[in-house]
Write a protein that binds this ligand. Sequence first.
Ligand code: NAP
Length: 247
Amino acid sequence: MSRPITLVTGGSRGIGAATCLRLAADGHDIALAYAQDESAARTVAAQVREAGARALAVRADTSHEPDVDRLFDTVAAELGPLTGLVNNAGVTGLLSPLAEASTDDLRRVLDVNVLGTLLCCRRAVRDMTAHGTPGAIVNVSSGAATLGSPGEYVHYAASKAAVDTITLGLSKELGPDGIRVNGVAPGLVDTDMHATMGDPDRPARMAPGIPLRRAADPSEIAAGIAWLLSEDASYTTGTVLRIAGGR
Ligand code: NAP
């Protein structure tokens, strides 16, 4: 059987980087998209190659349609027909109550988390149906979608609830084409994202309120994503797997 070819957006750091490494170990060839951090993207690509898989790193803003088209065109030309997509690229903006959030942050969060997911799903579906390749999509949501995240980022929580609805609707739309669509909803994960949102100590500070009393390692989220992409999940579609330490 030929190797799966999987695109991970936001694959340069955090959960996306851990997912690239896990999928490479599971036998996938990997394309990863990143926004800015070329050096991190190169490092992940090199680690994927060390694991014996093909790797391609492409700078592309997933909320920008021409970038998305260039990304998918490059992956098809360099690696072949895509069989898997992990919509992982996501942003939160700065932590704050809604009253203090800037319009720029609100727009950026919706653009990257919702429009970006839609653009990448749309292009993946077009490519997969054109090639007749049964495929699988995993959308990275957040526990925030059901918690609402008051005082922190209600707009981000709402964007992830939209991601869950995309997962549900697309799974029904694409089931007859043999394309499975699922999500993972991580809880608190130890990545750079907390420093980016203005609170680097957030994982340590919030750990006591989590039933498992700690933040997740990104590899623990990658394991769920890898399972949803695998043949072991062949009858699983339209589900959102919560990986949140009981939160
Ligand atoms: P992270 O460490 O901040 O990494 C974000 C990744 O996304 C980076 O690779 C970044 O690229 C990329 N990215 C950001 N905007 C992009 C864009 N417009 N186009 C393409 N790539 C873009 O984040 P993370 O914590 O791993 O989060 C990954 C996903 O998990 C997100 O969807 C997030 O909402 C979700 N999540 C995270 C947590 C958590 O506690 N960390 C919890 C629940 C859900 P550069 O390296 O180039 O900047």
